[in-house]
Design a protein. Sequence first.
Length: 423
Amino acid sequence: MLKVPAKYNRCGIKVKCLKCKYQVSAKCGATGNPISSCENKHQHRYNLIVCVPNTPGARRTRILQTKDFNEALVELTKFREELLVLGFHKQKITKVENKTTLNYFMTAYLDAVSGVNTPVILIRERSKQHIGDSLRAFKRFRTSLKNAGYHFDGMSPRDIKDEEVSIYHEYLLNDLKLGERSYNKHMGIMKTLFNWIRRVKDRDDVPNTFNHLQLNTVKTHVSIINKTEFEKILDAITVENSRHEPSGKYYYRDWLKPAYKLGLQTGLRREELLTLKWSDIVPVDDGKHVCRIPNLKVNRLMRGRTSKEHMKYIPVTKSLLSLLKELGYDQHKESDDRIIDRPDQSLEQAKGLLSRAFSHFNSFTDNRPMKFGVLRKTFITKLTIAAGPNAKLFTGSSSEAVLTGHYLSMAYIAANLDDFEVL
């Protein structure tokens, strides 16, 4: 075990454990056990510490590989002299970017979907949730291979074969115990990454081994909210019910009720709902109105490929028009003010609150558990019954498969065919 004489311990030589990152003392910093029983003694190294003159608290450090204390003393003197010559500034390290590693391609992909450090024609901007999900999937892929003994930083996309995908598969299911939906999302993201490497980076030599996977399609039962359930949630939105016990946060806001009503009547996603302006309600023939807004999802996907802004249209039904008048349409029409006024919340904060508060206040009712997304599913299901195949023109969904797989309640549609006669 490495030791430092007391007088030298005070003047800049300590011992650090490279395993747990703690300074070595009488007890292990990680476990609290006597240091003599430490299983990581081979990871203990001399750590040189030099204080920067006239700068309280500032210091420079260097880990040594030698286990000889006399050599450490010599290195301490050299380290001090080196820092003196450099003016105690940290020496800059020029890092040469290796554009063949998997790490590089992961970073380049995240830049492309974030819209940074990327030529404009290659930007494929995605939502913050997609970026976060992708980053999480990449980190877990890296961890799974490192745990298996791979030197991940030196790996290229061509190194990823069936064996490496199998390691990731077992890590997600056995170690993280992910459910089927989360597992599919992780594997889908990795599949997208390798397709992107081949298509955008022109790497035809890179096989996409993730294509070998047979992902199970998760068929979920899409349920919608009925009038009684919705009214119970609105009644539960009170100051008295505001506190969320596990977190101690208060969820009540006076704009939540109108936001949920507007969400049910328009089927808009959270960001669309919270940025909707009075001027987005535009008149058409015979005094009728339509809600004309940017299709945020499509515009993100198309950014860099076209200068056009894609729009989508929401029908202003009698019930929606009545709600708009209740919220002040006659006073605010054609103004650029937001319909849902949220003075105390940024957009990201409001999006999070909108979702969490819906589930929170629903818990004060005898309703089944429901999430904010049930409002969009209810709108789309009812709209499909009324408009038939034309409903997809107003939803902004990327395909009919997405619409039927995630938003339509087949049970409700089937139940409303009770007047249907075959003969």
